[in-house]
Design a protein around this ligand. Structure first.
Ligand code: DGL
Length: 280
C-alpha cells in the first residue's frame, strides 16, 4: 500500500483545510507546527461567513461544495477546521468521499474529557454547534458521568473577523456570555469554535486560572498526524519552501484575508486567491 501510494505521489499531496473564514487558521497553524512537512490547501468561505447561525442543510451544502473544490486540488485528506461544519455535515459527507475527512469536535471532546478533574465541562461555540449538543454526545460516550454545559456566543465570530481581539467591546460581550458559566463550577472550558482561540486571553481572564481552556486544534493536529501515519500518507520529504507549500483560497475579500492570515501565521502567505465556490 505504502509503495503504491508513494508511486502515485499521494504522500506528497497536500492536506485540505476549511472553515467559514479565518477561524480555521488556528487549526492550520497547529498542523503547520506539528507536521511541518505537510503541504496545505486552505479554503476560507469569506463570502458566506458566519456559518454558526445557518441551518444544517445550508452548512452541509456549503461544506460539500468546499470538499469538491479541495478534491479538485488533489488533497490526500481533509480537515473540517470548523466546529459548525463538523457538527452538521461531517457524518454525511464522510460517506461520499474516498479520502479521510476529520473534524475538530471529536478531538476537542477527547481533550476536554481528559482535562477535567471535577467532571464539569463548559463549551462555548456558535448557535449551530451548541444547539446540536455534539460535544455533550461525544463527551458522554467517553464518560457518561461528565456534565456538559453549553453557551452559544454568536457575536464572537464577527468580533474576531473584524480583528477586535483585545478591545473593550469584546470584553463587555464576553463578560455577558460567560457569566452563567462562571457560576456553574466548571473546571474545563472548550473553545468550541475555531475563531475563539484568537480571543483566548479575554476568555481566560474572565474565567480565571482555575478553569483549563481547551483548544481542539492541538488534538486535531495530533489526530491528523496519527491518521496519515496509519494510512501511510505522511509526507516524509523535508518541508518544501516557497510558494507551493501553503496555498490559500477564499470566496471573497482575498486581500483582507491575506493581511489577517499574515498577522497570525508565522509563515508568509504569498497570496490568497478568490474562487467562485458556487461553481462546485
Ligand atoms: N469557525 C467556525 C466554527 O468553528 C465557524 C464560525 C462561524 O462562521 O459562525 O464553528
Amino acid at each position: 500500500m505504502s509503495l503504491t501510494r508513494e508511486r502515485d505521489g499521494l504522500c506528497d499531496a497536500p492536506v485540505g483545510i476549511f472553515d467559514s473564514g479565518v477561524g480555521g487558521l488556528t487549526v492550520a497553524r497547529e498542523i503547520m507546527r506539528q507536521i511541518p512537512n505537510e503541504k496545505i490547501v486552505y479554503f476560507g468561505d469569506t463570502a458566506r461567513v458566519p456559518y454558526g447561525s445557518k441551518s444544517k442543510e445550508t452548512i452541509t451544502k456549503f461544506s460539500r461544495q468546499i470538499v469538491h473544490f479541495l478534491q479538485e486540488q488533489k488533497v490526500k485528506a481533509i480537515v473540517a477546521a470548523c466546529n459548525t461544519a463538523s457538527a452538521y455535515a461531517l457524518d454525511e459527507i464522510e460517506k461520499e468521499i474516498d479520502i479521510p475527512l476529520i473534524g475538530v469536535v471529536k478531538p476537542g471532546a477527547k481533550a476536554a474529557a481528559e482535562a477535567t478533574r471535577n467532571g464539569r465541562i463548559g463549551v462555548i461555540g456558535t448557535e449551530g454547534t451548541i444547539g446540536s449538543h455534539i460535544y455533550s454526545t461525544y463527551i458522554k460516550e467517553i464518560d457518561p458521568d461528565i456534565t456538559v454545559m453549553g453557551k452559544a456566543c454568536p457575536l464572537f465570530v464577527p468580533l474576531v473577523e473584524e480583528g477586535l481581539w483585545q478591545d473593550p467591546v469584546t470584553d463587555e460581550i464576553a463578560n455577558r456570555y460567560l457569566g452563567s458559566l462562571i457560576d456553574s463550577d466548571i473546571d474545563t472550558l472548550i473553545l468550541g469554535c475555531t475563531h475563539y482561540p484568537l480571543i483566548r486571553s479575554t476568555v481566560g481572564k474572565i474565567m480565571g486560572e482555575s478553569v483549563t481552556l481547551v483548544n481542539p486544534a492541538y488534538e486535531t493536529a495530533r489526530e491528523l498526524k496519527a491518521l496519515l501515519a496509519d494510512e501511510n500518507l505522511l509526507n516524509e520529504k523535508g518541508p518544501e519552501l516557497g510558494g507551493n507549500r501553503y496555498r490559500f483560497y477564499v470566496s471573497d475579500m482575498a486581500d483582507k484575508f491575506q493581511t489577517f492570515a499574515n498577522s497570525i501565521l508565522k509563515y508568509g502567505i504569498l497570496s490568497a486567491k478568490k474562487i467562485n465556490i458556487e461553481d462546485y
